[in-house]
Design a protein around this ligand. Structure first.
Ligand code: NAD
Length: 478
């Protein structure tokens, strides 16, 4: 596949490509250009002029064009889901669900984008302003770099591109290098639907090459980045050099707290959803299972039984519930992290083996709270790391000992206990009696501490992709 630059298919200036591999089979399924600084410079130039054209398109027409894009997605949805499944290793059912989310996400941002109102500051509120009226306008921010991780490329495309375009900006998408194909196709469909060519572009390639050139470009006015904390910090440094606005949605090591009065069966079901989905490669997956020592044996026994029932298979099989990780090296990393946790005192109760890019659903029990996984080691795989506690205060202390603060959850039948935990956890969202893996398009999703800066969602993104101008009608009143 090719990139889309200035509305046309494009190769990299130096003609280099990267291979896209199906992680389940190890076979190369396609190639994409491996763009560099020269390609980025061309795209930014197109974006600057196209943004001015796109901003002139009335908001209601932008909405019509984006709805035309949704009609094209509808026509192509099975092909898109198959591409996403093959390049990411997602079970086909999960890939279809992610393509289905495009309609929900875009519709929500289209509706909200049609009703962005401003403020009027009436005369006479402040001394000296008796005859003056002030009002605010929201203006596009300009060229927005949308940097997207591998785990939910379409969901993050929805979260970033829909509000960016509805607000009259130009978007330059940097897809993940492992699995860019579905986003390349979505970009083509947007151009076919009528989005001004240079207002939606996609630059493929390696992060440190194409991504770094994009974040460093002085005419990129806003960077919305989702990915690892390490790259997020690099992005913030690059943005600072030219004062670009930034939003950072980063890593997490969410606590899943099961108190002694919890419904353990419910907690086990939510663990399956909150830890096994997408083979555990979810930013807000529950990753540290803090279980009261009085119910820990029961939780581990029931979790083990339930995890044995999960159908592991190839991504394209309709029955598959868990497939492989995004690459073999991602699975090797999980293997190393599990081995490290065992060295630090954890005991493997279930699973613990790797085969290529496949890693077995795994439970580790008896993990001491001093272990790396109990604090800052984010395992991006289907691994349930269980740490015991004796009091709810101890659980809160372990949960907050992490440098991360994306999300968290508490299982308890006592709402006072649940609310105490919800208000004590240092993180951006807390789910009561459900896994921390909860992200609606509407909610302001974002992390505390090393999990991010700013929030993303229908409620908050428009403030992040627009600038506020105040117009002063000085002494307008008689
Ligand atoms: P990553 O940081 O390796 O890559 C993310 C994106 O950044 C990719 O497009 C990559 O090509 C690009 N990139 C890499 N190096 C770059 C550089 N030097 N300059 C600019 N861009 C660069 O992350 P990943 O492995 O794709 O995703 C997994 C991580 O993302 C996990 O830590 C996960 O928790 C986090 N994540 C967070 C959220 C959230 O909303 N908080 C959502 C999904 C994933």
């Amino acid at each position: 596949m090719k990139m889309s630059i200035g509305g046309k298919p494009a190769e990299a200036c130096d003609k280099t490509v990267i291979e896209i591999v199906n992680p389940a089979t190890g076979k190369v399924i396609d190639t994409v250009p491996n763009a560099g600084a020269e390609d980025v410079a061309i795209a930014v130039e197109h974006a600057q002029s196209a943004q001015k054209e796109w901003a002139k398109v009335p908001v209601h027409q932008r909405a019509t064009i984006l709805r035309r894009f949704l009609a094209l997605v509808e026509e192509n949805k099975e092909e898109l889901a198959r591409t996403l499944s093959a390049e990411t290793g997602k079970p086909i059912k999960e890939a279809r669900a992610e393509i289905g989310n495009i309609f929900i996400g875009f519709e929500a941002f289209i509706e909200k984008g049609k009703h962005l109102y401003s403020d009027v500051i009436p005369h006479g509120i402040e001394a000296g302003q008796e005859k003056t009226i002030q009002f605010t306008l929201r203006e596009p921010i300009g060229v927005v770099a949308c940097i997207i991780p591998f785990n939910f490329p379409c969901d993050l495309f929805d979260q970033k591109v829909a509000p960016t375009l509805m607000a009259g900006n130009a978007a330059i998408v940097k897809p993940p290098h492992q699995n860019p194909l579905t986003l390349v196709r979505l970009t083509e469909l947007m151009i076919e639907a009528g989005v001004t060519g240079g207002a939606i572009q996609i630059i493929t390639g390696e992060g440190p090459k194409a991504g770094a050139a994009l974040t460093a470009h002085p005419e990129v006015h806003k960077i919305t980045f989702t990915g690892s904390t390490a790259v997020g910090i690099e992005t913030a440094k690059a943005a600072a050099s030219h004062l670009a606005h930034i939003s950072l949605e980063l890593g997490g090591n969410d606590a899943f707290i099961v108190h002694e009065d919890a419904d353990v069966d419910l907690a086990v079901e939510e663990m399956i959803w909150g830890r096994m989905y997408n083979c555990g490669q979810v930013c807000c997956a529950s990753k540290r299972f803090l279980v009261h020592n009085r119910v820990r044996d029961e939780f581990v026994r029931k979790a083990s039984q339930r995890m044995k029932e999960i159908k592991v298979g190839t991504p394209d099989n309709e029955q598959t519930q868990i497939a492989c990780l995004v690459t073999e090296s991602a699975a090797q990393r999980v293997e190393e992290q599990v081995n490290k946790t065992v060295e630090q005192g954890g005991k493997i109760v279930l699973g613990g083996k790797r085969n290529g890019a496949f890693y077995e659903p795994t439970i580790l029990n008896d993990i001491p709270k001093s272990a790396d996984v109990a604090k800052d080691m984010e395992i991006f795989g289907p691994v349930v790391s269980v740490i015991g506690f004796d009091t709810i205060e101890e659980a809160i202390e372990i949960a907050n000992a992490s440098k991360y603060g994306l999300a968290g959850c508490i299982f308890s039948s006592n709402m006072k206990t649940a609310m105490k935990v919800a208000t004590s956890l240092e993180c951006g969202s807390v789910v009561i009696n459900g896994a921390s893996f909860y992200r609606s398009f509407e909610m302001p999703f974002g992390g505390y501490k090393y999990s991010g800066l700013g929030t993303e969602g229908v409620l908050s993104t428009y403030a992040e992709v627009t600038r506020t101008k105040t117009v002063v009608l000085k002494d307008i009143l008689a």
